[in-house]
Every structure is written in C-alpha cells, then in structure tokens.
Design a protein around this ligand. Structure first.
Ligand code: FPP
Length: 245
C-alpha cells in the first residue's frame, strides 16, 4: 500500500479537496426534523471530514459553508447557520490549533457580524504558522463576486500605473482571488446528488475532477471520503493534453 506522500507523488491522492456540502435540509426533512437539525449534523460531518483529510494526508480542504445566495434564506435559518459557524469557530479552534491545522476563511466579510469577524481573525491568527492541513471555509462566498472584486482591484492598480495591461495573465489574476495562497482544487465534491457548481470556485475549478455523490452531507463520513479519493485516483488527468502512451 502507498503511504500518503507516495500517493500524492503519484497523483492518486488529491492535494486539495473542495466540497459543496449539500443536503442538510433534505437529511432533516427525511427524518421529520427541523432544518437546523440537519445543519447541526452537517457540522459533525465537517469534523469528520477535517479529521479524515488529516489522517489521509490531504494538504488542503476547502468547504462551502454559506454562499452569498444563502443570505436570501429565511432570517431564522440564516441566524441558525451563523450560530453554528460561531459555535464551530469558538469550540474547534483549540482542537484545530493543537492538530496543526491552518484555518482560513474566504468570502465577503463585510456582511458578517462583528463578533464572527473577530472570531475569524483570532482563529486565522492563532493557526497562521501551522503547517498541517489548510482548512479553508467559504462563508458569504460567491465566485462571480470574487472575480468581480479581483477585476476591480486589478483595474484600480492599472489606473494607478502599477500594472501594465500586458502583465495581466492567469497567474496575476489568481493572485487577486480570495484563494491567492491556495493551489487550485484537484477534486471538487458535491454531496446530495445535485450536479451544479452553484457559484463555487468557478475560476479555481477549471481543471478539478468533479464528483457528485448521492449522500446527504450529514451522512458524509470517512468511508465516503476514502471512496471519493479512490474515484479520483482512478481518473486520468490530462489538462487538455492527449492520453499518455
Ligand atoms: C446545504 O444544505 C448546506 C448549507 C447551506 C450549510 C452548510 C453548513 C454546515 C455543514 C454546518 C456549519 C458549517 C461549519 C463549517 C461548521 P441545504 O440546507 O441547502 O440542504 P437542502 O438542499 O437539502 O435543503
């Protein structure tokens, strides 16, 4: 059996897994429970996914926790989700710090409450020097808005004479995204059977392997993660080139 570093060398282990955690509401509904119960179980699945990625030697895990469109949900559900994120940031930060996890939050922070932004800043600061798994949580995140803010900042820098038009290429552009310090995801998973990207990492997922799993997010466990990694290992990535002979 290959160990984690050998698997990563041979390309069988994705260095960066991104997940659209979908199906919390349906999980709850199928059990006659309120939606918040699904989100609570979803937070447990987040813990399992982080632990699984650490154990399997994945270097980057990015989770879509709250989209810019999720603000349109009923106020009570938005409050519940924000409450869960607050709780997660308060309770898990010690554990993450102890386990060498580096935490990063991406998204539009201007819409978050001050206490949540404080928790985010503290969490990022405390784990900044960790060199284990990089856990990125997307909150109030939308890929199109992320791209637009990058365009605006590049245009402003050009106007100030700091960037020549000819300098603007894919690499420079990537540096203006929230994910500037992350490699692009190798594997992008969406749970719950839906087959959409829903405005998640549209630029970064250009060459990601997409995997749509028929499991509601609260049921996602280490076996699901292992299965996803095995599926990834069985695929041939060509990046637009031809099949190797
Ligand atoms: C999608 O399910 C899930 C969300 C909108 C929220 C994801 C949040 C969590 C997993 C819990 C908190 C996160 C962290 C990082 C602690 P849905 O509600 O759209 O499900 P449905 O499509 O079945 O209605």
């Amino acid at each position: 059996m290959l160990d984690a570093s050998a698997k990563q060398r041979f390309g069988a282990l994705p260095a960066h897994i991104a997940i659209i955690m979908d199906g919390n509401g349906r999980w709850a509904q199928s059990r006659g429970l309120p939606r918040i119960a699904g989100h609570r179980e979803g937070a447990e699945a987040v813990r399992r996914a982080v632990e699984g990625c650490r154990e399997m030697g994945v270097s980057y895990l990015t989770l879509f926790a709250f989209s810019s469109e999720n603000w349109k949900r009923p106020a009570s559900e938005v409050d519940d989700l924000m409450g869960l994120l607050r709780l997660y940031l308060r309770r898990e930060i010690n554990e993450l710090a102890r386990n060498g996890v580096r935490l990063k939050i991406i998204g539009d922070r201007s819409r978050l409450s001050n206490d949540i932004t404080d928790l985010i800043n503290q969490g990022e600061e405390r784990t900044r020097h960790n060199s284990g798994l990089t856990l990125t949580i997307a909150i109030s995140y939308g890929a199109q808005a992320e791209i637009v803010q990058a365009v605006r900042r590049i245009a402003a820098a050009h106007k100030r004479g700091e960037i020549e038009l000819e300098e603007i290429d894919e690499r420079l552009f990537s540096g203006y995204l929230y994910t500037s310090e992350l490699p692009d995801p190798d594997l992008l998973i969406r749970t719950s059977g839906e087959q959409r990207l829903s405005n998640f990492m549209l630029w970064q997922a250009a060459y990601a392997e997409l995997l749509f799993m028929d499991v509601f997010w609260p049921d996602f466990d280490k076996n699901c993660l292992q299965w996803a990694i095995d599926q990834f290992g069985a695929r041939e990535r060509r990046y637009g080139a031809t099949t190797s002979a």
